[in-house]
Design a protein around this ligand. Structure first.
Ligand SMILES: NC(=O)c1ccc[n+]([C@@H]2O[C@H](COP(=O)([O-])OP(=O)(O)OC[C@H]3O[C@@H](n4cnc5c(N)ncnc54)[C@H](OP(=O)(O)O)[C@@H]3O)[C@@H](O)[C@H]2O)c1
Length: 251
């Protein structure tokens, strides 16, 4: 029977996987939450919007006769990933996560680890600084308790609500970002602290490499815990898992 995979997307890894599935003639559907006004165009059919929790996803998997689910969402999209584990178990559909390896501090880095967004907000309860706040659009309001800082924000879409910061600047860009570009941006903005999610991958790492070069400390938000699941960092391993690689080496 033909395979009909569902890719839970919203990342560069999901886009790379779509291309690989399309080129291999496997096909499938990519799903977006609908957070971004203009998602990157994909070579596979796409659907947009939540499924309606675990029950909604189970229904979708059955109605659409999905053969496999590949969770290629962002490591901080924890609710979607938890729902996928539960729904796939319930609907008896095989699941694999295509994720990015987390970033690790190296020599020259000065990272303070915090467990979540609330921890990052607490870490900013300090005298005024010039902060590059790289946490995405959805969590900005949570930083309102620390209005003493200047915030540099980099967002895909312009904010749709007034920002809760008296002093801030928005750079609209979707990445991937370069070391030279982020070095220049952080120097021009005289950034003296970076707040980052531990997203992993290469496209957003430039700011951390620039922070290292400039001796700028980083508040690093660690990843949310997720249930055990089959996981890989390689698009090729997903194709092997689907049985589309002659070397058949497994994941
Ligand atoms: N969180 C980040 O830092 C971040 C960064 C870059 C990209 N993204 C992408 O943005 C999307 C939303 O992230 P989030 O942190 O808001 O997720 P989340 O908190 O885990 O998900 C909240 C709800 O949004 C819906 N949803 C999430 N991803 C979906 C997808 N790919 N397709 C269909 N519905 C989806 C689900 O709704 P229902 O329960 O109704 O099914 C889910 O329960 C994800 O696709 C993620 O890959 C997130």
């Amino acid at each position: 029977m033909a395979q009909n995979p569902l890719i839970l997307g919203g990342t560069t890894e999901a886009t790379a996987l779509c291309l690989a599935l399309s080129e291999a003639g496997i096909g499938g559907t990519i799903s977006f939450a609908g957070r971004v006004a203009r998602p990157v165009r994909q070579p596979l059919p796409q659907r947009v919007g939540g499924f309606g929790g675990v029950a909604g996803l189970v229904r979708y998997l059955k109605e659409q006769r999905i053969s496999h689910v590949i969770d290629a969402t962002h490591p901080f999209a924890a609710r979607m990933s938890r729902n996928a584990v539960r729904a796939c178990a319930e609907a008896d559909v095989p699941l694999i996560a295509l994720s990015r390896a987390p970033w690790r501090a190296a020599s020259g880095d000065s990272w303070t680890h915090v467990p979540d967004i609330a921890g990052a907000v607490a870490a900013l309860n300090r005298p005024a600084a010039r902060i590059m706040l790289a946490v995405g659009r959805m969590h900005l309001a949570e930083f309102a308790p620390n209005p003493q800082h200047f915030y540099l924000l980099r967002l895909i879409d312009a904010p749709d609500a007034p920002l809760p910061f008296p002093e801030c600047e928005v750079v609209q860009d979707r990445g991937p970002f370069t070391y030279a570009g982020d070095l220049a941006l952080m120097q021009a903005q005289r950034i003296d602290l970076v707040v980052s999610k531990n997203s992993g991958g290469s496209g957003a790492q430039a700011k951390l490499l620039a922070a290292r070069a400039l001796g700028v400390p980083v508040v690093m938000i660690d990843r949310p815990a997720l249930p055990a699941r089959l996981e890989t960092h390689e698009v090729a391993a997903v194709l092997r898992w689907l049985g589309h690689d002659r070397t058949d080496r497994g994941v």
